[in-house]
Design a protein around this ligand. Structure first.
Ligand code: ADP
Ligand code: GLC
Length: 495
């Protein structure tokens, strides 16, 4: 094997420690596969309240206790703790940067009372970025690659190219910045700029300035050695229009030559109906009848009448505008006239929480809704539903459609980002199709596509063949992890 590389993977959420969405799944699964391939990869994340010392066997690193971290004229103290991500094959070290005042709260980014971002998110994530660099210096660990993810770690790229440009430890280090979602940018007022520690010259169009504010996603884009997006289609979309680039489309365009679209994989040790520990009945492409037992359990869970001939459509999602719930809102009455059942698991924006709670009350035999975050129920929905609905306005990658394919739960998706890259339409391609796809972000197109899915469901032979094809698709991390490794290697070849 070629020489192993050392990599620091920086993320604000990692399964099983803390999770709000797909970033957490990716931040555990990708490092594990890279480790399996022989590289020294370690992870660092903030120590949020959910990260319990006892549950996760976390211990202190004595020499990294009470490190002073400067934010403008204030000094915060940060301590680093450590544990491991373990699976059957690997052990990946995880560092946690802790500061009680900043991180010990009920939610990662948002105050659940107001549903607004915590007012000091600038302090919380500037502290994180500065703290990560100080941690490396105190550890004396010199990673070949620092792999950043999303706005929460974007500032690190800018700091390494300015304040720490002459730090010998990072002389040969290259920075990769992965964009999981360009709509979340970490924009703060100009007054937050001094906290970053960046030189004045960084507050400009070619730096992190954004319409008079600072933008931490832009910090990652402007200063990283390479940028990746989590699907090839999304890489093109973010530079195409304002709808996808959220004001950074010009920057994405400028950086197109440094940008690579690498499709996420899924963790097949967790999402696999053959070995899934939390579903009532495991099954495979050869034992599809097992899926019906899960469907029955799912209907029971939501107190819906069970009828194997009535298709159950599942949704597991953050309830955010991104995910296309306004289309469902628009067509709910029409949907309720159709012969189907809908089960929804999600939390987020109140208007959508209300939409589904009310629908479940009004259509007791047709709709089940659980507002909240529940990993086990997410598995039961994937296993028990017949179809999975993701009518996203945009979807950088999307993991749930991949989980659905694996569970033989045919996805109904809009053709955007990773959805376009992973689901093929069954009517357009009867021999290779694995789901149902519509092009325009439009409620009628969504409804027509659901109708197509219902009609296909009536053809049992065709449906089962499509289920089997979907379940055989290889969306594991193997191929994509190799692409990241190639990217790391190519960067290290450059001076
Ligand atoms: P995003 O990251 O945009 O939220 P993804 O499809 O990439 O979308 O990933 C979502 C992840 O979060 C999946 O693992 C999904 O199962 C999980 N998830 C989302 N909402 C919930 C919920 N309410 N309960 C349990 N899991 C959820
Ligand atoms: C983001 C995106 C989602 C993607 C996930 C993991 O949250 O919204 O599409 O799958 O990150 O990369």
């Amino acid at each position: 094997m070629a020489k192993p590389m050392s990599i620091l993977f920086v993320s604000s959420e990692v399964v099983p420690f803390a999770k709000t969405g797909g970033l957490a799944d990716v931040s555990a699964a990708l490092p594990q596969v890279v480790r399996e391939l022989g590289h020294d990869i370690r992870i660092i994340m903030p120590k949020f309240a959910a990260v319990s010392d006892r549950k996760f066997k976390i211990h202190d690193i004595k020499r990294l206790t009470d490190m002073p971290i400067q934010l403008g004229d204030r000094t915060f103290l940060g301590s680093v703790k450590s544990s491991f991500l373990t699976n059957i094959k690997t052990k990946v070290q995880v560092y946690f940067l802790s500061n009680e005042q900043l991180y010990c709260r009920s939610d990662l980014y948002v105050d659940p009372k107001t549903k607004e971002a915590w007012p000091d998110n600038d302090d919380r994530f500037i502290f994180f970025c500065r703290g990560v660099i100080e941690t490396l210096i105190l550890l004396g660990w010199k990673p070949d690659i620092i792999h950043l993810n999303d706005w929460q770690s974007g500032l690190i790229a800018a700091l390494l190219k300015t304040e720490y440009a002459n730090e010998p430890l990072f002389k040969n280090t290259k920075v990769v910045f992965t964009v999981h979602n360009a709509a979340y940018q970490g924009v703060f007022p100009k007054t937050s700029f001094v906290k970053t520690g960046l030189p004045d010259k960084a507050f400009k169009l070619e730096g992190i300035e954004f319409h008079g504010d600072i933008n931490l996603l832009k910090a990652g884009l402007m200063y990283a050695d390479a940028i990746t997006t989590v699907s090839p289609t999304y890489a093109k979309e973010v530079r195409s229009t304002k709808e996808y680039g959220y004001g950074l489309e010009g920057v994405f365009k400028k950086k197109a030559r440094k940008t690579y679209g690498i499709l996420n994989g899924m963790d097949v040790s967790i999402w696999n109906p053959e070995i899934d520990k939390v579903i009532p009945k495991t099954y495979s492409a050869e034992t599809l009848e097992g899926k019906l037992e899960n469907k029955k359990a799912l209907c029971d869970h939501f107190k819906l009448p069970y009828d194997p001939r009535v298709p159950v459509i599942g949704i597991v999602s953050r309830l955010a505008d991104q995910k296309g719930f306004d289309l469902i809102q628009e067509k709910l009455e029409d949907l309720m006239k159709m012969d189907l059942q809908l089960v929804v698991l999600g939390s987020g924006e109140k208007k959508y929480e209300d939409l589904f709670t009310k629908a479940a009350k009004k259509y007791k035999k047709k709709v089940g809704a659980h507002i909240g975050f529940d990993e086990e129920l997410a598995h039961l929905i994937e296993a028990g539903a017949d179809m999975f609905l993701m009518p996203s306005k945009y979807e950088p990658c999307g993991l749930n459609q991949m989980y659905s394919l694996r569970y033989g739960t045919l996805p109904i998706v809009r053709s955007t980002g990773g959805l376009a890259d992973t689901v093929e339409d069954l009517d357009a391609k009867p021999k290779s199709g694995t789901g149902f796809v519509f092009e325009k972000y439009n409620a009628k197109q969504m409804l027509d596509t659901i109708k197509r899915a219902l009609s296909a469901f009536g053809d049992e032979k065709m449906w089962q063949a499509a289920m089997k094809r979907a379940m055989m698709k290889d969306n594991s991390w193997d191929a994509s992890a190799q692409k990241y490794i190639e990217l790391y290697k190519n960067l290290l070849k450059k001076k």
